[in-house]
Design a protein around this ligand. Sequence first.
Ligand code: SF4
Length: 366
Amino acid sequence: MPCEKELEESISTIAQLGEYMELAPQKEAIIQEIIDIHPMCITPYYMSLIDENDPDDPIRKMAVPSEEELSLIGSYDTSGERENTIMPGLQHKYAQTALILATNRCAMYCRYCFRKRLVGLPTEEIMQRFNGAAKYIEEHEEINNVLISGGDPFILSTEVLSDFLERLSDISHLDFIRFGTKVPVTFPDRILEDDELLTLLGNNSRENRRIYVVTQFNHPREITAKATGAVSRLIRAGVIVDNQTVLLKGVNDDPETLAELQNKLVSIGVIPYYLFQCRPVKRVKSNFQVPLYKGYEIVEAAKKRLNGHSKRFKYMMAHRTGKIEIVGVMDDHIYFKYHQAHAPDNIGKFFKRKINKTAGWLDELE
Ligand code: SF4
């Protein structure tokens, strides 16, 4: 990768972090305790977006470990990923979609990550033999799309990505291939400086079988000139770029920020796809999750500020049983609809739960 050196200069130790921001000795000890369990990695580029004078800076909150990560409320596998695993690195939860966990590495380890259990850590959940996964996909004709995720697949070399695409291109029942990557947000030089990657994506994004990049911008300040340039290069190569935002306390949990984010995304050519409820992940929930009721109010207030194009996203909960849309609130109930479900009979099912203004997840509602 041409910009590998930049990645090697990422901030992963307390000493390196101390070069960018003042840390009280007591804080240093807490951060050390946390990164011994869940590593820290911040690209110099993403670090440059942090306002070092603001202890509540939203960009900082997403990147720098904090004391709240000591809270163990929640679980490490909130969506039942293990129970949908066919073989290491291959999940098949919804009939039409295969999910490949191609690596445990990312350019940055987001503090709110729902795969905290594996990113940057030794794990057996990552793909070991791509051919085995491809063979399974080939034998299951109901699968019409593959999502290559991780970790962040764009951290892999262009050569490895090329092998994946070559193998998948032989499978005639695939309609499209997606890459789930935060590289446009945290490490845009990977896209700006690697012409081979762009050529590879462009050559594989054919008229009748597009490559999609599903990225994750969470705050308008992440939409910089570099990030915009990276998105432009992908679009010019023929790739379609979608965005999945996570609703995060202290980052984007106000209507103005959320509306500005979605408007800016549309202006640079990114399609607003989902707004995810933050999952009740251990070491994440207390620090980042917004209660569902409040989240719904924020989303509706944001949508009042948005044009139709910018409010195409759905407010969703990636639950163990399926993808559930948070549809509305009426009287003393909150209404949901299964957008996607592990049990096919549940797809489209509409249901309600009694409002509990502090609940952050379906299982916490009566
Ligand atoms: S880039 Fe994605 S997988 Fe990696 S830490 Fe961030 S949210 Fe998790």
